[in-house]
Design a protein around this ligand. Structure first.
Ligand code: AMP
Length: 403
Protein backbone atom coordinates (compact mmCIF):
# COMPACT_ATOMS: atom_id res chain seq x y z
CA UNK A 1 0.00 0.00 0.00
CA UNK A 2 1.20 3.52 -0.85
CA UNK A 3 0.73 6.47 1.50
CA UNK A 4 0.93 10.25 1.39
CA UNK A 5 1.92 12.49 4.30
CA UNK A 6 0.33 15.95 4.48
CA UNK A 7 2.05 18.71 6.47
CA UNK A 8 0.43 21.99 7.52
CA UNK A 9 2.96 24.03 9.49
CA UNK A 10 1.86 27.18 11.34
CA UNK A 11 3.64 29.64 13.62
CA UNK A 12 3.59 27.43 16.72
CA UNK A 13 2.06 24.19 15.52
CA UNK A 14 2.75 21.40 13.06
CA UNK A 15 -0.31 19.50 11.88
CA UNK A 16 0.06 16.31 9.87
CA UNK A 17 -2.12 13.61 8.35
CA UNK A 18 -1.37 10.30 6.67
CA UNK A 19 -3.53 9.11 3.77
CA UNK A 20 -3.55 5.63 2.26
CA UNK A 21 -3.67 5.62 -1.53
CA UNK A 22 -6.36 3.16 -2.58
CA UNK A 23 -9.35 3.62 -4.89
CA UNK A 24 -9.86 6.85 -2.97
CA UNK A 25 -7.55 8.60 -0.54
CA UNK A 26 -8.29 7.22 2.93
CA UNK A 27 -7.27 9.20 6.01
CA UNK A 28 -5.39 6.99 8.48
CA UNK A 29 -3.59 9.16 11.02
CA UNK A 30 -4.14 12.74 12.16
CA UNK A 31 -1.76 14.50 14.52
CA UNK A 32 -0.36 17.78 15.71
CA UNK A 33 2.54 19.15 17.65
CA UNK A 34 1.32 22.27 19.43
CA UNK A 35 3.05 24.80 21.65
CA UNK A 36 6.34 24.67 19.72
CA UNK A 37 8.88 26.74 21.66
CA UNK A 38 6.59 27.18 24.68
CA UNK A 39 4.81 24.02 25.88
CA UNK A 40 5.25 21.36 23.19
CA UNK A 41 2.62 18.63 23.13
CA UNK A 42 2.27 15.91 20.53
CA UNK A 43 -1.13 14.29 20.06
CA UNK A 44 -1.98 11.73 17.40
CA UNK A 45 -5.18 9.85 16.63
CA UNK A 46 -6.16 7.20 14.16
CA UNK A 47 -9.11 7.53 11.80
CA UNK A 48 -11.47 6.03 14.41
CA UNK A 49 -10.50 8.78 16.87
CA UNK A 50 -8.42 6.48 19.13
CA UNK A 51 -5.48 8.24 20.76
CA UNK A 52 -2.20 6.83 19.40
CA UNK A 53 0.08 9.24 21.22
CA UNK A 54 -0.14 12.09 23.69
CA UNK A 55 3.15 13.37 24.98
CA UNK A 56 4.54 16.58 26.48
CA UNK A 57 8.11 17.53 25.62
CA UNK A 58 10.61 19.85 27.28
CA UNK A 59 10.65 23.23 25.59
CA UNK A 60 14.36 22.92 24.66
CA UNK A 61 13.69 19.69 22.76
CA UNK A 62 11.04 21.24 20.49
CA UNK A 63 12.23 24.81 20.28
CA UNK A 64 11.35 25.33 16.62
CA UNK A 65 9.63 23.83 13.59
CA UNK A 66 12.66 21.84 12.32
CA UNK A 67 12.96 20.07 15.68
CA UNK A 68 9.18 19.43 15.70
CA UNK A 69 9.47 17.98 12.20
CA UNK A 70 12.30 15.67 13.30
CA UNK A 71 10.29 14.37 16.27
CA UNK A 72 7.18 13.82 14.18
CA UNK A 73 9.32 12.04 11.58
CA UNK A 74 10.76 9.78 14.29
CA UNK A 75 7.28 8.94 15.55
CA UNK A 76 5.98 8.18 12.06
CA UNK A 77 9.05 6.09 11.13
CA UNK A 78 8.02 2.46 11.13
CA UNK A 79 4.40 3.32 11.89
CA UNK A 80 3.35 4.37 8.39
CA UNK A 81 2.04 1.20 6.81
CA UNK A 82 3.31 0.60 3.29
CA UNK A 83 5.43 2.92 1.17
CA UNK A 84 5.51 6.68 1.65
CA UNK A 85 5.36 7.98 -1.92
CA UNK A 86 5.24 11.72 -1.27
CA UNK A 87 4.78 14.53 1.22
CA UNK A 88 2.33 17.33 0.41
CA UNK A 89 2.80 20.71 2.09
CA UNK A 90 0.49 23.64 2.58
CA UNK A 91 2.36 26.76 1.45
CA UNK A 92 0.56 30.04 1.86
CA UNK A 93 2.22 31.91 -1.01
CA UNK A 94 2.97 30.64 -4.50
CA UNK A 95 3.46 34.10 -5.99
CA UNK A 96 2.01 35.17 -9.33
CA UNK A 97 3.18 32.22 -11.44
CA UNK A 98 1.82 29.06 -9.85
CA UNK A 99 -1.80 28.20 -10.63
CA UNK A 100 -1.41 24.67 -9.25
CA UNK A 101 0.77 22.47 -7.04
CA UNK A 102 4.47 22.02 -7.83
CA UNK A 103 7.03 19.35 -7.04
CA UNK A 104 9.69 20.74 -4.73
CA UNK A 105 13.36 21.07 -5.66
CA UNK A 106 16.11 23.47 -4.60
CA UNK A 107 15.21 26.06 -7.19
CA UNK A 108 11.51 26.07 -6.23
CA UNK A 109 12.51 26.42 -2.59
CA UNK A 110 14.63 29.46 -3.45
CA UNK A 111 11.72 30.96 -5.40
CA UNK A 112 9.30 30.38 -2.51
CA UNK A 113 11.74 31.95 -0.05
CA UNK A 114 11.59 35.04 -2.21
CA UNK A 115 7.90 35.42 -1.27
CA UNK A 116 8.60 35.46 2.47
CA UNK A 117 8.28 39.27 2.73
CA UNK A 118 4.77 38.90 1.24
CA UNK A 119 3.69 36.51 4.00
CA UNK A 120 6.21 37.03 6.81
CA UNK A 121 4.24 35.19 9.49
CA UNK A 122 3.35 32.12 7.44
CA UNK A 123 5.81 31.44 4.60
CA UNK A 124 8.96 30.71 6.68
CA UNK A 125 7.00 28.21 8.81
CA UNK A 126 5.54 26.51 5.74
CA UNK A 127 9.01 26.17 4.20
CA UNK A 128 10.83 24.93 7.33
CA UNK A 129 9.60 21.28 7.14
CA UNK A 130 10.29 21.22 3.38
CA UNK A 131 13.92 22.18 4.04
CA UNK A 132 14.33 19.56 6.77
CA UNK A 133 13.03 16.82 4.48
CA UNK A 134 15.10 18.02 1.51
CA UNK A 135 18.23 17.73 3.67
CA UNK A 136 17.37 14.42 5.33
CA UNK A 137 15.55 12.59 2.55
CA UNK A 138 16.43 14.25 -0.76
CA UNK A 139 14.89 11.38 -2.75
CA UNK A 140 11.47 11.68 -1.11
CA UNK A 141 9.05 13.49 -3.43
CA UNK A 142 7.60 16.67 -1.92
CA UNK A 143 4.78 18.78 -3.35
CA UNK A 144 3.98 22.39 -2.47
CA UNK A 145 0.26 23.26 -2.55
CA UNK A 146 -0.45 26.97 -2.49
CA UNK A 147 -3.27 28.95 -0.86
CA UNK A 148 -2.93 31.47 -3.67
CA UNK A 149 -3.14 29.04 -6.62
CA UNK A 150 -6.93 28.77 -6.88
CA UNK A 151 -7.22 32.54 -7.45
CA UNK A 152 -4.68 32.78 -10.26
CA UNK A 153 -7.39 32.66 -12.90
CA UNK A 154 -8.69 36.13 -11.94
CA UNK A 155 -8.91 38.82 -14.56
CA UNK A 156 -5.60 40.69 -13.95
CA UNK A 157 -7.60 43.93 -13.95
CA UNK A 158 -9.22 42.78 -10.70
CA UNK A 159 -5.87 41.95 -9.10
CA UNK A 160 -4.42 45.45 -9.51
CA UNK A 161 -4.17 48.08 -6.82
CA UNK A 162 -4.59 51.58 -8.17
CA UNK A 163 -0.93 52.50 -7.70
CA UNK A 164 1.67 52.80 -10.50
CA UNK A 165 1.74 49.52 -12.43
CA UNK A 166 5.47 48.97 -11.88
CA UNK A 167 4.53 47.72 -8.41
CA UNK A 168 2.16 45.15 -9.92
CA UNK A 169 5.04 43.87 -12.06
CA UNK A 170 7.16 43.65 -8.90
CA UNK A 171 4.49 41.44 -7.29
CA UNK A 172 2.33 43.93 -5.41
CA UNK A 173 -1.04 42.55 -6.43
CA UNK A 174 -4.17 40.98 -5.00
CA UNK A 175 -3.36 37.28 -4.62
CA UNK A 176 -6.20 35.96 -2.46
CA UNK A 177 -5.76 33.12 0.06
CA UNK A 178 -7.65 30.16 1.61
CA UNK A 179 -7.54 28.75 -1.93
CA UNK A 180 -7.20 25.10 -0.86
CA UNK A 181 -10.37 25.48 1.21
CA UNK A 182 -12.29 27.15 -1.63
CA UNK A 183 -11.16 24.56 -4.11
CA UNK A 184 -12.31 21.73 -1.85
CA UNK A 185 -15.68 23.40 -1.19
CA UNK A 186 -16.19 24.10 -4.91
CA UNK A 187 -15.57 20.41 -5.60
CA UNK A 188 -17.99 19.30 -2.87
CA UNK A 189 -20.65 21.71 -4.09
CA UNK A 190 -20.37 20.21 -7.57
CA UNK A 191 -21.02 16.80 -6.00
CA UNK A 192 -23.93 17.73 -3.71
CA UNK A 193 -25.62 20.47 -5.77
CA UNK A 194 -24.44 20.34 -9.39
CA UNK A 195 -27.34 22.58 -10.44
CA UNK A 196 -26.05 25.59 -8.47
CA UNK A 197 -22.31 24.77 -8.56
CA UNK A 198 -22.22 25.85 -12.19
CA UNK A 199 -23.70 29.25 -11.30
CA UNK A 200 -22.79 32.27 -9.16
CA UNK A 201 -21.68 31.31 -5.66
CA UNK A 202 -20.14 33.08 -2.67
CA UNK A 203 -18.19 30.88 -0.24
CA UNK A 204 -17.57 32.34 3.23
CA UNK A 205 -14.55 30.73 4.92
CA UNK A 206 -15.14 31.96 8.47
CA UNK A 207 -12.53 30.62 10.87
CA UNK A 208 -9.78 32.27 12.89
CA UNK A 209 -8.72 33.53 9.47
CA UNK A 210 -11.73 34.71 7.47
CA UNK A 211 -12.39 35.57 3.86
CA UNK A 212 -14.97 35.18 1.12
CA UNK A 213 -14.60 34.08 -2.47
CA UNK A 214 -16.82 34.65 -5.50
CA UNK A 215 -17.08 31.56 -7.72
CA UNK A 216 -18.42 31.54 -11.24
CA UNK A 217 -18.81 28.03 -12.69
CA UNK A 218 -16.63 26.72 -9.87
CA UNK A 219 -13.75 29.10 -10.55
CA UNK A 220 -12.59 31.97 -8.33
CA UNK A 221 -13.24 35.37 -9.89
CA UNK A 222 -12.85 37.59 -6.80
CA UNK A 223 -11.79 37.26 -3.18
CA UNK A 224 -11.80 39.55 -0.15
CA UNK A 225 -8.14 38.83 0.61
CA UNK A 226 -5.45 40.64 -1.30
CA UNK A 227 -1.69 41.15 -1.21
CA UNK A 228 -1.45 39.64 2.26
CA UNK A 229 -3.80 37.72 4.52
CA UNK A 230 -4.75 40.99 6.25
CA UNK A 231 -7.35 42.37 3.85
CA UNK A 232 -11.12 42.02 3.62
CA UNK A 233 -13.05 40.74 6.63
CA UNK A 234 -11.98 41.37 10.21
CA UNK A 235 -10.60 38.08 11.61
CA UNK A 236 -9.79 36.61 15.03
CA UNK A 237 -6.79 38.87 15.55
CA UNK A 238 -6.29 40.48 12.10
CA UNK A 239 -7.75 43.82 11.15
CA UNK A 240 -9.20 43.13 7.70
CA UNK A 241 -9.73 46.03 5.30
CA UNK A 242 -8.32 49.28 6.63
CA UNK A 243 -7.78 52.74 5.15
CA UNK A 244 -4.01 52.92 4.44
CA UNK A 245 -4.22 56.45 5.85
CA UNK A 246 -4.64 54.87 9.29
CA UNK A 247 -1.27 53.17 8.85
CA UNK A 248 0.38 56.44 7.81
CA UNK A 249 -1.16 58.07 10.87
CA UNK A 250 0.14 55.34 13.20
CA UNK A 251 3.61 55.55 11.64
CA UNK A 252 3.83 59.33 11.76
CA UNK A 253 1.86 60.34 14.85
CA UNK A 254 2.48 57.32 17.09
CA UNK A 255 5.98 56.56 15.78
CA UNK A 256 5.22 52.85 15.46
CA UNK A 257 7.97 50.76 13.90
CA UNK A 258 7.16 48.44 11.00
CA UNK A 259 7.41 45.50 13.43
CA UNK A 260 5.02 47.11 15.93
CA UNK A 261 2.58 47.87 13.15
CA UNK A 262 2.80 44.26 11.95
CA UNK A 263 2.06 42.94 15.45
CA UNK A 264 -0.85 45.37 15.86
CA UNK A 265 -2.49 44.43 12.55
CA UNK A 266 -1.87 40.66 12.68
CA UNK A 267 -2.08 39.86 16.39
CA UNK A 268 -3.93 42.57 18.31
CA UNK A 269 -6.77 43.58 16.00
CA UNK A 270 -9.93 41.96 14.61
CA UNK A 271 -12.41 40.44 17.08
CA UNK A 272 -9.78 40.46 19.82
CA UNK A 273 -8.91 44.14 19.37
CA UNK A 274 -12.50 45.29 19.03
CA UNK A 275 -13.90 43.27 21.92
CA UNK A 276 -10.95 43.56 24.28
CA UNK A 277 -12.07 40.09 25.40
CA UNK A 278 -11.24 37.28 22.98
CA UNK A 279 -10.58 36.31 19.38
CA UNK A 280 -12.92 33.33 19.76
CA UNK A 281 -16.50 33.80 18.57
CA UNK A 282 -17.72 31.30 21.22
CA UNK A 283 -16.44 33.55 24.03
CA UNK A 284 -18.03 36.60 22.42
CA UNK A 285 -21.41 34.91 21.95
CA UNK A 286 -21.31 33.93 25.64
CA UNK A 287 -20.45 37.44 26.82
CA UNK A 288 -22.81 40.33 27.55
CA UNK A 289 -20.02 42.91 27.53
CA UNK A 290 -20.42 45.87 25.16
CA UNK A 291 -17.09 45.02 23.49
CA UNK A 292 -18.33 41.55 22.57
CA UNK A 293 -21.50 42.97 21.02
CA UNK A 294 -19.51 45.57 19.08
CA UNK A 295 -17.05 42.98 17.74
CA UNK A 296 -19.73 40.54 16.54
CA UNK A 297 -21.93 43.31 15.10
CA UNK A 298 -18.95 44.69 13.19
CA UNK A 299 -17.97 41.23 11.93
CA UNK A 300 -21.48 40.56 10.60
CA UNK A 301 -21.71 44.09 9.14
CA UNK A 302 -18.45 43.67 7.20
CA UNK A 303 -19.49 40.24 5.93
CA UNK A 304 -22.69 41.83 4.63
CA UNK A 305 -20.80 44.66 2.89
CA UNK A 306 -18.29 42.30 1.32
CA UNK A 307 -21.02 39.90 0.20
CA UNK A 308 -22.62 42.82 -1.64
CA UNK A 309 -19.34 43.56 -3.40
CA UNK A 310 -18.82 39.91 -4.40
CA UNK A 311 -22.43 39.61 -5.60
CA UNK A 312 -21.73 42.67 -7.78
CA UNK A 313 -18.64 40.93 -9.19
CA UNK A 314 -20.89 37.98 -10.09
CA UNK A 315 -23.81 40.14 -11.30
CA UNK A 316 -26.12 38.22 -8.97
CA UNK A 317 -26.12 35.26 -6.64
CA UNK A 318 -27.41 31.67 -6.83
CA UNK A 319 -25.89 30.17 -3.69
CA UNK A 320 -24.05 31.07 -0.50
CA UNK A 321 -21.85 28.55 1.33
CA UNK A 322 -20.64 28.67 4.95
CA UNK A 323 -17.43 26.86 5.86
CA UNK A 324 -14.58 26.74 8.49
CA UNK A 325 -14.87 26.92 12.30
CA UNK A 326 -17.51 29.65 12.66
CA UNK A 327 -19.36 28.90 9.42
CA UNK A 328 -19.60 25.16 10.12
CA UNK A 329 -20.37 25.26 13.84
CA UNK A 330 -22.39 28.34 14.74
CA UNK A 331 -26.10 28.41 13.81
CA UNK A 332 -26.35 31.75 15.66
CA UNK A 333 -23.72 33.42 13.46
CA UNK A 334 -25.15 31.89 10.28
CA UNK A 335 -28.54 33.26 11.26
CA UNK A 336 -27.20 36.77 11.89
CA UNK A 337 -25.26 36.79 8.62
CA UNK A 338 -28.21 35.42 6.63
CA UNK A 339 -30.39 38.28 7.90
CA UNK A 340 -27.87 40.73 6.41
CA UNK A 341 -28.17 38.92 3.09
CA UNK A 342 -31.98 38.93 2.98
CA UNK A 343 -31.97 41.69 0.33
CA UNK A 344 -30.03 39.35 -1.97
CA UNK A 345 -32.76 36.74 -1.64
CA UNK A 346 -31.40 34.68 1.27
CA UNK A 347 -33.88 33.07 3.66
CA UNK A 348 -32.83 30.45 6.22
CA UNK A 349 -34.86 27.53 7.49
CA UNK A 350 -34.52 27.75 11.29
CA UNK A 351 -34.67 24.01 11.94
CA UNK A 352 -32.27 23.08 9.16
CA UNK A 353 -29.88 25.78 10.33
CA UNK A 354 -30.00 24.70 13.97
CA UNK A 355 -29.42 21.09 12.91
CA UNK A 356 -26.46 22.17 10.73
CA UNK A 357 -27.82 20.38 7.69
CA UNK A 358 -26.11 20.55 4.32
CA UNK A 359 -28.87 22.79 2.90
CA UNK A 360 -29.98 25.37 5.47
CA UNK A 361 -32.06 27.73 3.31
CA UNK A 362 -35.86 27.60 3.23
CA UNK A 363 -37.61 26.04 0.25
CA UNK A 364 -38.66 29.47 -1.04
CA UNK A 365 -35.21 31.09 -0.65
CA UNK A 366 -34.07 32.60 -3.97
CA UNK A 367 -30.47 31.93 -2.96
CA UNK A 368 -29.65 28.42 -1.72
CA UNK A 369 -27.54 28.37 1.43
CA UNK A 370 -25.25 25.45 2.27
CA UNK A 371 -22.98 24.42 5.13
CA UNK A 372 -20.02 22.48 3.72
CA UNK A 373 -17.21 21.44 6.09
CA UNK A 374 -13.87 22.22 4.49
CA UNK A 375 -10.99 19.73 4.23
CA UNK A 376 -7.77 21.45 3.20
CA UNK A 377 -5.65 18.41 4.11
CA UNK A 378 -7.61 16.12 1.79
CA UNK A 379 -7.23 18.73 -0.96
CA UNK A 380 -3.45 18.72 -0.42
CA UNK A 381 -3.38 14.90 -0.48
CA UNK A 382 -5.35 14.89 -3.76
CA UNK A 383 -3.05 17.44 -5.36
CA UNK A 384 0.03 15.57 -4.19
CA UNK A 385 -1.22 12.25 -5.51
CA UNK A 386 -2.32 13.76 -8.84
CA UNK A 387 1.04 15.42 -9.38
CA UNK A 388 3.05 12.32 -8.49
CA UNK A 389 0.80 10.15 -10.68
CA UNK A 390 1.34 12.63 -13.53
CA UNK A 391 5.11 12.29 -13.17
CA UNK A 392 5.70 15.47 -11.21
CA UNK A 393 5.18 18.05 -13.92
CA UNK A 394 3.37 21.22 -12.95
CA UNK A 395 -0.16 20.67 -14.24
CA UNK A 396 -1.28 22.78 -17.13
CA UNK A 397 -4.64 24.51 -16.92
CA UNK A 398 -6.49 25.45 -13.78
CA UNK A 399 -6.33 23.88 -10.35
CA UNK A 400 -10.01 22.90 -10.63
CA UNK A 401 -8.82 19.99 -12.76
CA UNK A 402 -7.56 18.44 -9.55
CA UNK A 403 -10.62 19.04 -7.34
P1 AMP B 1 -10.79 27.44 12.19
O1 AMP B 1 -9.71 28.45 12.03
O2 AMP B 1 -11.53 27.13 10.93
O3 AMP B 1 -10.34 26.20 12.94
O4 AMP B 1 -11.88 28.12 13.16
C1 AMP B 1 -11.57 28.43 14.50
C2 AMP B 1 -12.59 29.43 15.04
O5 AMP B 1 -13.92 28.91 14.86
C3 AMP B 1 -12.48 29.64 16.54
O6 AMP B 1 -11.59 30.67 16.84
C4 AMP B 1 -13.89 30.02 16.94
O7 AMP B 1 -14.01 31.44 16.89
C5 AMP B 1 -14.77 29.45 15.84
N1 AMP B 1 -15.67 28.39 16.33
C6 AMP B 1 -15.44 27.08 16.46
N2 AMP B 1 -16.53 26.43 16.95
C7 AMP B 1 -17.48 27.38 17.11
C8 AMP B 1 -18.83 27.37 17.60
N3 AMP B 1 -19.44 26.25 17.99
N4 AMP B 1 -19.49 28.55 17.65
C9 AMP B 1 -18.89 29.70 17.24
N5 AMP B 1 -17.63 29.77 16.78
C10 AMP B 1 -16.93 28.63 16.73
Amino acid sequence: MDTILVINAGSSSLKFEVFAVADTLARQIKGKMEGIGTAPRLSIRNVGGDQLAQEDYPCELVADLPSAMRLVGQWLHGRIEGRLIAVGHRVVHGGPNHAGPVKVDDSLLRELEWYTPLAPLHQPNNLAPIKVLLERQPDLAQVACFDTAFHRGHDPMADHYAIPTRYFEEGVRRYGFHGLSYEYVAGRLAEVAPDVAGGRVIVAHLGSGASMCALREGRSVESTLGFTALDGLPMGTRCGQIDPGVLLYLLEQHGLSARQLQDLLYKESGLKGLSGISNDVRDLLDSEAAGATLALDHFVHRIGLNAGALAAALSGLDAFVFTAGIGENSPAMRERIARKLAWLGVSLDVERNNAGELLVSSDDSKVKVFVIPTDEELMIARHTFALIAAGGAEPAGTPQLYA
